[in-house]
Ligand binder design. Structure first.
Ligand code: UDP
Length: 477
């Protein structure tokens, strides 16, 4: 015990920092010393948990690297993706991240860990670790299915062989016949531009680093997507380990309530409200940490929610004074039926409440897994990143949800889904025979998720073999 020391270095976005903290806790619970690397403004995401688990006898610590925001022309406090002022700021943010390579190398030299688990967005971390003969593992924070599908899209470019943006094509060489339209593929991927953009250059390095790194660690579990775990390892030939679902390592109410940011609502108040509702009667609506809707879409969403007639908890990321889009009288009309949370919700705590009957989600991978772990069926509304691919897993393959018909990959000002489609999808997942079938399928998957992380379960065993390999590597070198 205590013989391995692993560094965990997440990209500074909540969808990456939250599972990385859970992963560090998991490794620490298996006797590994876990050091989390982050920047000063992001320390609060980790500090409470690290303090608590250290007191419980785990070996955990945080090391900070100064983030050069101002040097790249970003505001001083811009240390996480949700603070980036506009889409143009993203390449600058990545530039500042890459500038963390030298200070990271100092830390590697000083502490000589046995392994570096670094985010996909830090491709340069592989080179940094290699200087000290330290194996680097990549954490994408995504599904096997999404990684396999993205590889296929990049290799075969099937979107070049359709005659319109809305014509369906099959993603080639995958275990299932999965279809997308060109508009549902990232513009960077589908553009025929020969001149690389700063962002496409970053992604090129990200994919190259998959070939040069020691392997990839997944927040997933074998039983959820076995065909894609096999495909990734055996067809694409990557070394990979599944250690999830990581959110299940938050077992008490305190851990579940405080993930990422402090909740904008008192969790007792929120749970009391849910306690007053019947089992499976409330729809939880939340789109993660970075989704950005056009005001007209938020208006349409409110109308769809109201038209469904269902009870709801709706997480809105903007402030009340920015809510010119809110339909007049919406809050009065839905009083008692709906709870609006402005800001950050205690998501896992809400999903785990028996009153929650469906989850309207953007299919961010963490949210998707959290829904599975709670046994709640999905209304899928993908927006960008890997979300259209995760949607396929939940709707087409596992048949645990139904979509609102999201048509276009967009990272800002998302729009285009009509109130009728929203209300209809919500009712389909909440009421009737089909909804019961979806619920029973997702509940069966919930049980498999729990088993996967228990002693002897697939993720438990996979982590054990990774740790054994790292020990063997350490002894040999
Ligand atoms: N989350 C939360 N409260 C919120 C919004 C998000 O706790 O109000 C958490 C959610 O539980 C998940 C993460 O933030 O763990 C979001 O990750 P995901 O991959 O779903 O989406 P992203 O933010 O990366 O788009």
């Amino acid at each position: 015990m205590g013989d391995l020391h692993v560094f965990f270095f997440p990209f500074m976005a909540h969808g990456h920092m939250i599972p990385t903290l859970d992963m560090a806790k998991l490794f620490a619970s298996r006797g590994v010393k876990a050091t989390i690397i982050t920047t000063p403004a992001n320390q609060p995401v980790f500090s409470k948990a690290v303090e608590k688990y250290t007191q419980l006898g785990f070996q955990m610590e945080i090391r900070l690297l100064e983030f050069p925001a101002v040097e790249v022309g970003l505001p001083e406090d811009c240390e996480s993706a949700d603070k980036i002022p506009s889409v143009d700021g993203l390449p600058r943010f990545h530039k500042a991240c890459a500038m963390l390579q030298p200070p990271l190398e100092h830390l590697l030299q000083e502490l000589r860990p046995n392994c570096l688990v670094a985010d996909m967005f830090f491709p340069w971390a592989t080179e940094a670790a290699a200087k000290f003969d330290i194996p680097r593992l990549i954490f994408h924070g995504s599904s096997y299915l999404a990684m396999c599908a993205m590889n296929s899209l990049r290799t075969h470019k099937p979107f070049n062989h359709v005659s319109s943006d809305s014509e369906l094509f099959t993603i080639p060489n995958l275990p299932h016949e999965l279809k997308l339209t060109r508009l549902q593929v990232s513009p960077m991927e589908r553009s025929k531009l020969e001149t690389p953009t700063p962002f496409s250059e970053i992604f090129k390095r990200v994919f190259e680093s998959e070939d040069t790194s020691y392997g990839v660690i997944f927040n997933s579990f074998y039983e959820l997507e076995p065909d894609y775990a096999e495909h990734y390892k055996n067809v694409l030939g990557r070394r990979a380990w599944s250690v999830g679902p990581l959110s299940l390592f938050n077992t008490d109410a305190e851990d579940k309530a405080e993930r990422g940011k402090k909740s904008s609502i008192n969790e007792h108040e929120c749970l009391k409200w849910l306690d007053s509702k019947n089992p499976h009667s409330v729809v939880y609506i939340c789109f993660g940490s970075t989704a950005n809707f056009a005001p007209s879409q938020l208006h349409e969403m409110a109308m769809g929610i109201e038209d469904s007639g269902l009870d709801f908890v709706w997480v809105i990321r903007n402030k009340r004074e920015e809510e010119k889009w809110m339909p007049e009288g919406f809050e009065e009309r839905t009083k008692g039926k709906g709870l609006i949370i402005r800001g950050w919700a205690p998501q896992v705590l809400i999903l785990d409440h028996p009153a929650v009957g469906a989850f309207v989600t953007h299919c961010g991978w963490n949210s998707t897994l959290e829904g599975v772990c709670a046994g709640v069926p999905f209304v899928t509304w993908p927006l960008f990143a890997d979300q259209f691919l995760n949607e396929k897993l939940m709707t087409d393959i596992l048949r645990t949800g139904s979509g609102v018909g999201s048509k276009e990959w967009k990272s800002a000002d998302c729009d285009g889904v009509k109130r009728e489609a929203i209300a209809e999808a919500m009712k389909k997942v909440m009421i009737g025979e089909e909804s019961e079938e979806m619920r029973s399928r997702v509940k069966a998957m919930k049980d498999k998720a729990k088993k996967a992380i228990e002693e002897g379960g697939s993720s438990y065993v996979d982590l054990g073999s990774l740790l054994d390999e790292l020990r063997a590597y350490h002894t040999k070198h």
